[in-house]
Design a protein around this ligand. Structure first.
Ligand code: ADP
Ligand code: ZN
Length: 523
């Protein structure tokens, strides 16, 4: 009996040095090798690259890989060449001579893979060049960049649909680590991949422990987390602003940790140096804005900490996903406060985006907030957001490990809602809390809010408790932040039943929001 040759497995072992395919790699590779279109949804680190690299070797002709990140492209090309694969890229950093040699190699059938940025691919001259070459397939990496509602939108990606018309016989695959059902649908329709088979892998990262904690003294909380749980491992700390990145990195250095800042305002060589040290040395902490991380493949990142709220659950998943790619236990730690929500809301409201886009961004922020205030398993909620069902609570997130205590907050919540109403729905959190607690200050007197019925009705709870209540009312959509950009709180329709006394409300109890001892313990 003759054994059927298995070129895909042979390539896996000989070229890449791996024994077995992972997850759905085998299925995907077989489908594409047979000429089918595919949409591959796999979490970061899941092994998407092999899904097109192996068909590139198995199928005759050159595989064209579209990637938005030049740096990433170069790393891949270098690694492939080292493994003996005939790979090249055409990008703005190549000299004219190099580019000419690459074009010749393509036409002579001497390239297995050619990497291109989308804008380069879409140039008339490139399309014409590809028309004269034998093509094995098109792989469109980071395909979620077609989504106008995602955070990585690239207008050129929309034009990639042209490949379907210009190269009807060439299989096309789109790959991404963003898998919410809306993005998935957008990729299929915008890239004209309606015929494609969809390969959805589980997005669960069971080794990552998710934790969310309300902000009190953020730095101290961060330091406690790092000192107690990660005294030596490498980690990433995300902050929203450059200033905060710099300050936090300096502060961690004072504490004795090897911490480096990373943001778009630093010189390119500084950024590169910091990235290199993070990747190659042990125990480096990078404090970064979200500019850091795309395409960084460091397997042993032990924690990702967020000092500010990410803009969406997709962003949160991507950013936390940089931890624990080696499969060993890792932590995703997030501290958030009400002010984060307000700041992000104001950023959305004051941006240049059109109304529809703003609405999407507000929804995304609300989903993120709801995730923070969960009293049930975080992993179940996170996966559900990506359309995946986890049958049992995970046992590896904060709400699973320490079930959340809840309390009957019906009365205080009603007080808070009516205080917002009585003061005209024109004020932010700080002011509302002051009125509730009966603070004696000039602005309140000037507005005659020391005369309203809700003035001082909340003196029995400390400010932290009121902020916790307001935050949760916001997270549950009973209160919203006004779109005017001033951070004023407003009631929503959903607040009515509670105000009318028709429903009760149980909220999670924040350890920081206990009543002070003087005024007794919470019920
Ligand atoms: P993604 O693009 O999905 O983020 P990569 O393609 O970069 O993931 O793969 C992540 C890591 O897993 C890489 O180090 C890669 O070499 C490794 N890998 C991929 N497939 C396999 C496999 N079948 N066996 C072992 N390691 C694999
Ligand atoms: Zn859980």
């Amino acid at each position: 009996m003759r054994l059927t040759p298995d070129p895909a497995r042979k390539a896996l072992r000989r070229v890449f040095g791996y024994r077995d395919f992972r997850g759905r790699q085998r299925e995907i590779i077989d489908h594409v090798c047979a000429g089918g279109d595919a949409l591959v949804l796999m979490p970061t680190g899941g092994g998407k690259s092999l899904c097109y690299q192996i068909p590139a070797l198995v199928r005759p002709g050159t595989a064209i890989v579209v990637s938005p990140l030049i740096a990433l492209m170069k790393d891949q090309v270098d690694a492939l060449r080292e493994a003996g694969v005939r790979a090249a890229s055409l990008d703005s950093t190549r000299s004219g001579e190099e580019a000419a040699a690459t074009r010749r190699a393509l036409l002579a059938g001497e390239l297995d893979l050619l990497y291109l940025a989308p804008e380069r691919l879409l140039m008339a001259s490139t399309l014409e060049l590809l028309g004269r070459a034998q093509l094995a397939l098109f792989a469109i990496d980071e395909a979620h960049c077609v989504s106008q509602w995602g955070h990585d939108f690239r207008p050129e990606y929309l034009q990639l649909a042209v490949l379907a018309e210009r190269f009807p016989g060439v299989p096309r695959m789109a790959l991404t680590a963003t898998a919410d059902p809306r993005t998935r649908q957008e990729i299929l329709s915008r890239l004209e991949l309606e015929e494609a088979r969809v390969f959805l892998s589980s997005f669960d990262r069971p080794n990552i422990r998710y934790r969310v904690t309300p902000k009190r003294d953020t730095r101290t909380q961060l330091w406690r987390f790092i000192a107690q749980e990660h005294p030596e491992g490498a980690g990433i700390v995300y902050c929203l602003s450059r200033k905060r990145v710099e300050e936090t990195a300096a502060w961690l250095r004072e504490k004795g940790r090897d911490a480096l800042p990373y943001h778009a305002g630093l010189a390119p060589e500084t950024r590169r140096a910091h990235q290199e040290r993070f990747i190659h040395e042990e125990g480096v902490i990078v404090v970064a804005t979200i500019a850091f991380g795309m395409g960084i493949d460091k397997p042993d990142v032990r924690f990702v900490a967020h000092l500010d709220l990410p803009k969406s659950l997709e962003a949160y998943y991507q950013e936390t996903g940089r931890a624990g790619r080696d499969g060993q236990p890792a932590d995703a730690w997030l501290a958030y406060g009400l002010q984060d929500v307000i700041t992000l809301r104001q950023m959305v409201d004051s941006s240049e985006a059109d109304e529809q886009r703003k609405r999407v961004e507000r929804d995304q922020l609300e989903a993120m907030l709801a995730f923070c205030e969960l009293t049930t398993c975080r992993r179940q909620a996170l996966l559900a957001h990506f359309g995946e069902t986890l049958a049992q609570p995970c046992g590896n997130c904060d709400t699973c490990l320490e079930p959340v205590a809840t309390w009957d907050a019906t009365e205080p919540a009603r007080k808070a809602l009516s205080c917002i109403y009585r003061t005209g729905q024109r004020f932010g959190i700080g002011y509302v809390v002051d009125v509730l607690r009966g603070a004696d200050h000039e602005r309140i007197r000037r507005n005659r809010h020391d005369q309203v019925s809700t003035y001082g009705i909340g003196a029995d709870l400390p400010p932290a408790a009121w902020r916790s209540i307001l935050r949760q009312l916001l997270a549950r959509g009973l209160v919203t932040v006004d779109e005017g950009g001033y951070g004023s709180l407003r009631l929503t329709e959903a607040a009515r039943p509670l105000l009318r006394g028709e429903t009760a409300l149980h909220l999670r109890r924040d350890p920081s929001a206990r009543r002070s001892r003087k005024s007794g313990r919470p019920k």
